[in-house]
Every structure is written in C-alpha cells, then in structure tokens.
Design a protein around this ligand. Structure first.
Ligand code: 3DU
Length: 211
C-alpha cells in the first residue's frame, strides 16, 4: 500500500485544522514540521488527533543521544505516532530516537537522502547507503528518500528491503507521483495540496496512486 501523507506546513492553527479536516478522508497520515509546530506549539498534535490519522513529527532530530531522547519523549508525550531523525549524528543518536519511539509504540524514520538540489553536496558518495546500514543496525522503521530522484529510491530500496520508504518531493519539487508511488510506502505531499484553492480536491488527485 502506498499511503498519502499530507505535509501540513502552514503556520496558522485555524488554517491547519481547516485543511486537515477537509483532507482527512483523502489522506493516510499528517506530517507536522517546524513551521506548524513552532507556530502552534506541540499541542498541535492534540488538536489534530480528532481526525484519527497517524501524526508524523518531522523534526529531523540530529543531536547527541541524550538530547535526542529528551526531544523524542516530548514528541511522543504530545501524541505523535512517528518521528523523523537525521542519521548523520551516528548510530547511537539514531538508536536513542528509535528506543524512545518504540517505547511509546511509535515509529522512527531516518533521512537517508534529501530531495533538493543542494542535498547532493553531502548526501552522496556512499553516505545514503551507510545511513541505510544505520537504519538496519538500530531497528529504525524506515527511511526518507527523494521523490525527485527515483533512481536513488530504487537503489536505496535494494538496501533496506521491506522497511518503509517515505518520499517527499512530489509536486512542488517536481517529483512525479506515477513514477514514485510504486517504489515507496508513503508519498509525502505538501504545497501541491495545502497551497491549492481546494486542498481536498488536490489531495483526491493522488487517489490513483494510493494502492
Ligand atoms: O515540497 P512540499 O511542499 O511537497 O513539502 C515537502 C515536505 O517534506 C516539507 O515539509 C519538507 O520539509 C519535507 N522534506 C523534503 O521536502 C525533503 C526531504 O529530503 C525531507 C523532508
């Protein structure tokens, strides 16, 4: 199954709730990042809980293990069901996020490769492959991989097997849902849904790619 994950990167609480409510029947999860969490507070998880969808905290957690644990405890106490961490701080830092997530019955995803052009400065030369090894070593639940580079998603799939791949970069960043959906477990879509005049209708255009 390929899920549709709404990246809710708006900065108004009312707007966030209006868009989430309109899109809820068309999506499988909501991703909240710094834009909304900093604007509305971590309590946004409680506000969104009523829609009955998994809530992914995209905080790209990237600190020492103890700080990662403290961050993730806050994330899961607030009601999120998954957290996204960076893998470059190393396996012990990732393990701290995975342990906190699993202790709360949640999930932890690790950024293996980012989707924007400049990502290749550091997410190259074997680094994403090493990050996939860290995912395996730590028992993380999956990776974030770029919809803008389907060939890279295929290469990373070969390394992580049945673990999940969630993929941002569809729509506004140029990724094609028809090409990426068969390769991944979750399509992460932000602006092309929440920025549309009718977000629910925009979300429905992804229905053919939700399997
Ligand atoms: O480009 P969009 O508006 O569809 O939003 C994509 C979301 O996914 C956004 O929250 C961004 O911060 C996040 N993301 C990437 O776009 C690329 C990554 O490699 C990781 C996360």
């Amino acid at each position: 199954m390929t899920e549709l994950i709404l990246s809710l990167d708006v900065t108004g609480l009312k707007e966030a709730l209006r868009i989430a409510g309109a899109c809820a029947p068309e999506i499988d999860a909501i991703k909240v990042g710094y834009p909304l969490a900093l604007a509305a507070g971590l309590g946004i998880a409680g506000e969104l809980a009523g829609f009955g969808l998994p809530l992914i905290a995209d905080f790209k957690v990237a600190d020492i293990p103890n700080t990662n644990t403290l961050i993730c405890e806050q994330v899961f106490a607030a009601g999120f069901s998954a957290v996204i961490a960076q893998g470059f701080p190393g396996p012990d830092s990732v393990a701290a996020c995975v342990e906190a997530a699993h202790a709360h019955g949640g999930e932890c995803y690790v950024v293996a490769e980012m989707s924007h052009p400049g990502a290749l400065t550091f997410f190259s030369a074997g680094v994403p492959e090493r990050l996939c090894e860290i995912v395996a070593e730590t028992g993380a639940d999956g990776i974030i991989a770029p919809a803008t580079r389907p060939e890279r998603v295929r290469a990373l799939r070969a390394l992580i097997g049945k673990k999940k791949i969630l993929s941002p970069g569809i729509g506004a960043q140029g990724g094609d849902p028809a090409e990426i959906a068969p390769l991944v477990d979750g399509m992460i879509v932000g602006r092309s849904i929440y920025g549309a005049a009718d977000p629910a209708a925009a979300a429905r255009t992804y229905a053919p790619y939700r399997r």
